[in-house]
Design a protein around this ligand. Structure first.
Ligand SMILES: [Fe+2]
Length: 230
C-alpha cells in the first residue's frame, strides 16, 4: 500500500486506503461538475491541508487534519456556495479542558462517515429553532440562552450521515479509530454565524474568538505556515 509522510515535523502521514475512502466520499457526496475527482497528487499536497491544534494539549501535533475539497471560486457563485472538506480525526474535539463545551457552527452541515466512526454529544434547547442570530456582524460576544437544555449521545459509524442543523450544538467526544476515522463534510454558505461555545451549566454561549485559548492562533500558524499568506 502506498504510504507518504506528508509533514514529518507534525508526524502527519497518509496512505492509499485513506485516499480511497476520501475519493469515494467526494464522488458520492460532492458530486458537482465544478468539483474535479480527487487525485492522489492533490491528496498528498501539503498546502491543501490544515492541521488543527488542540489548544488544551500543546504536545499533540493536531487533533484533526482538514483537506479543502472546495475553494472559493469568484467567477462561479453557485460553486462558491458549497463548502466541502475531508476531515481525518486523531482525537476528540473537546474545546474546554475539564468540562463539556458544545459548540455552534457558522452554518448547518452534513458529515458523511467514510471510515471509522465517532461519538458525539448533541445539545438543544426546548422550542428553539435558531440559537443565536445568523449574521456574525450583529452577534454579541455572549448570549444567555433561556429554556431547558437537552443532551443526547449519538454514535456515527461508517456509511452513516450526521446531520447538524442550526438549532443543535455538538461536541465530538470520542474517535473510535484514531487516525483512521474519515468524514466528508458538506455545508452551504448562505448564513455566516460565528463559532461559539456553550457552558451547559450556566447556559452562556460565548463567541469562540472571545473564549478561545490565546495560544490557538500561534499554534495554528506553527503547524500551517502556508496559511499565513492567505
Ligand atoms: Fe463541530
Amino acid at each position: 500500500m502506498k504510504r507518504v509522510v506528508v509533514d514529518p515535523k507534525w508526524r502527519f502521514e497518509l496512505d492509499e486506503e485513506l485516499f480511497e475512502a476520501a475519493r469515494d466520499g467526494v464522488e458520492m457526496h460532492l458530486n458537482h461538475p465544478g468539483i474535479p475527482p480527487l487525485t492522489w497528487e492533490r491528496w498528498i499536497d501539503r498546502p491543501n491541508w490544515a492541521l488543527i491544534p488542540d489548544a488544551n494539549d500543546p504536545d499533540l501535533p493536531y487533533y484533526k487534519a482538514e483537506f479543502a475539497v472546495t475553494q472559493f471560486v469568484p467567477d462561479d457563485p453557485e460553486l462558491s456556495q458549497i463548502i466541502g472538506k475531508v476531515n481525518l480525526w486523531k482525537k476528540d474535539d473537546k474545546r474546554v479542558a475539564g468540562r463539556s463545551a458544545p459548540h455552534t457552527h457558522p452554518g448547518p452541515f452534513r458529515a458523511h462517515v467514510m471510515k471509522g466512526g465517532y461519538t458525539e454529544s448533541r445539545f438543544w434547547l426546548e422550542d428553539s429553532t435558531v440559537l443565536i442570530p445568523r449574521d456574525k456582524t450583529v452577534v454579541a460576544d455572549r448570549y444567555q440562552l433561556d429554556g431547558v437544555l437537552h443532551v443526547a449521545e449519538a454514535i456515527h459509524q461508517t456509511g452513516e450521515t450526521n446531520e447538524l442543523p442550526s438549532d443543535i450544538l455538538h461536541e465530538v467526544v470520542e474517535i473510535h479509530e484514531p487516525d483512521r476515522t474519515l468524514t466528508v463534510m458538506v455545508g452551504h454558505q448562505g448564513w455566516d454565524a460565528p463559532w461559539g461555545e456553550l457552558d451547559p451549566d450556566t447556559q452562556i454561549w460565548t463567541r469562540s474568538t472571545v473564549a478561545a485559548n490565546p495560544n490557538f492562533g500561534a499554534m495554528f500558524l506553527d503547524r500551517n505556515p502556508h496559511w499565513a499568506a492567505k
